[in-house]
Design a protein around this ligand. Structure first.
Ligand SMILES: [Zn+2]
Ligand SMILES: [Zn+2]
Length: 280
């Protein structure tokens, strides 16, 4: 089975291709299932710059009824492409911070998703995954301080019970590894393990995210080391996605990481209406 459970269509400002373009590409490369996970970020400080989404070519605020359009578009696509053997799942990638937890709950209430991905991109309103922002945030912080801050927020996200799966769990390594060196990974291990324990207790899954290759790494988010530590805990929920923002990257390195994880004895799952649908 071949799936991609982390895909950004052009609703996201930083993505290029339409839902239809992704579906056509998915059929070309033989995907069984695609789960669209457009960005949703309610950070009040970042709002003026990034609080928008593209609906039918127009930029509209995250405060609008854009989710109605997004889900209707996915429904339309599902009706078309399921005839060709492609399953389409309704997902979303939500930027979590404790500060907006209640607002996230309120704004998602009443909408039916198959999968809600939780992601920590911002710490104290700074995007740690953006080249132009990470240096000011890292400056003056030890690698341990960064790890503590990051995993505290991941743990808050897990406890919020909003999310089915946590995306790219070691995203801090994207710029942090070069900035702090290998110490960063050592400084994060115990915190990652504690977070894994909490995820398992709360029935929140882990994602293998293969976008890491686009940033010059020869591995995924998470590293094989962290993935092994996840496996030791006898986990139940694991998804995989490319985090493609254009069709060229759809399912890139996904087959490779399905193999790596399966060799470790892990199984992946698909979701339907926020529940595990099947294992493969
Ligand atoms: Zn993300
Ligand atoms: Zn993403």
């Amino acid at each position: 089975m071949l799936v991609d459970y982390h895909v950004h269509p052009d609703y996201s400002l930083d993505a290029k291709d339409s839902i239809d373009a992704f579906c056509k590409r998915a059929l070309e490369i033989g995907l069984d299932e695609i789960c669209f996970t457009t960005h949703y970020d309610l950070d009040p400080v970042r709002k003026e710059k990034e609080g928008f989404v593209r609906v039918k070519g127009e930029l509209v605020s995250f405060d609008s009824n854009w989710l109605d359009h997004y889900l209707a578009d996915l429904k339309r696509a599902r009706a078309i492409y399921e005839k060709f053997g492609l399953n389409i799942k309704y997902g979303i990638e939500v930027d979590y911070s404790k500060e907006v937890e209640d607002e996230i709950k309120r704004s998602l209430h009443g909408y039916s998703f198959d999968l809600i991905l939780g992601a920590i991109h911002n710490l104290d309103h700074n995007a740690i995954h953006l080249e132009e922002e990470f240096p000011t945030y890292f400056e003056g912080k030890s690698s341990r301080e960064l790890c503590e801050k990051y995993f505290q927020e991941v743990q808050n996200a897990v406890r919020s019970e909003i999310f089915d799966v946590i995306a790219h769990i070691d995203l801090y390594k994207k710029f942090g590894l070069e900035y702090y060196g290998e110490n960063l990974l050592k400084d994060c291990v115990d915190l990652a393990e504690k977070t894994f324990d909490l995820m398992i207790e709360k029935n929140v899954g882990l994602e293998i995210n293969t976008s890491c290759y686009r940033y010059g790494f020869d591995e995924a988010f998470p590293s094989e080391d962290l993935l092994r530590r996840w496996k030791e805990r006898n986990p139940k929920i694991l998804t995989i996605g490319s985090d493609a923002h254009n069709i060229q990257y759809l399912a890139k390195y996904v087959p490779k990481w399905i193999n790596i994880a399966k060799k470790m004895g892990l199984k992946f799952c698909t979701f339907k209406e926020r529940k595990v649908e099947q294992y493969f």
